[in-house]
Design a protein. Structure first.
Length: 201
């Protein structure tokens, strides 16, 4: 009876009612995107070595192969002069050796760099490396005993460092991550030590 006496609803009252219904539906509706765990907890991103390690490996390989090829040339010349071994055979062997040297110095470092990666996750540290024979190593954080940061004179020349992880109760007691930038190596060492200390608590 009261409603009938109030008369028809006005346009203003109708719009307020519509807005109220929309507000209530917005509060009641769940979020479209559920909350997810922050990145870098259970599954961390894979990281590569520093690109300068390619030049570092080539720099180390060139003097070695020059020495080997020079020794092979001298030895092959003496062998051909003093024995019945044809010089063509010596030349063929030396050419094959030189081809392998080019392969080892210029092709392998780039492929080795692309194949090596690592990541630090929650409770584990994982390595993957190898070109023809792939190796995947997962190290439980609780097994890490200590972590060393090493720099040879050649490492320092290229601004690089290497991390060596020593573990307990495993077949391979140590694992090395070469070719890291100094700052990256120092930070990785701190992260590994902090993770091991936290896991031990």
């Amino acid at each position: 009876m009261v409603d009938s006496l109030a008369g028809p609803p006005t346009q203003e009252s109708t719009s307020r009612a519509v807005e109220q219904v929309q507000d209530e539906s917005d509060r009641a509706a769940p979020d479209d995107e559920p909350e997810t765990e922050a990145a870098g907890t259970m599954t961390a991103e894979w990281r590569n070595l520093d690109p300068r390690v390619v030049a570092y490996w080539r720099f180390k390989g060139i003097p070695l192969w020059l020495t080997i090829l020079a020794g092979a040339a001298v030895g092959g010349g003496l062998l051909s002069a003093r024995t019945a071994v044809p010089s063509s055979v010596v030349l063929t062997v030396w050419t094959l050796l030189a081809a392998f040297a080019v392969f080892d110095v210029f092709w392998l470092p780039r492929r080795r760099f692309a194949a090596f990666r690592y990541r630090l996750g929650e409770g584990f540290f994982e390595l993957c490396y190898g070109i023809f024979w792939r190796v995947a190593v997962m190290i439980p954080i609780r097994r890490i005993q200590h972590v060393d940061l090493r720099e040879s004179p050649w490492d320092r020349r290229f601004g690089l460092a290497r991390i060596e992880i020593f573990t307990a109760g495993t077949r391979n007691a140590s694992h090395e991550i070469p070719g890291l930038a100094r700052e990256t190596a120092a930070q990785l060492r701190r992260d590994l030590v902090a993770a091991a200390d936290q896991d031990a608590v």
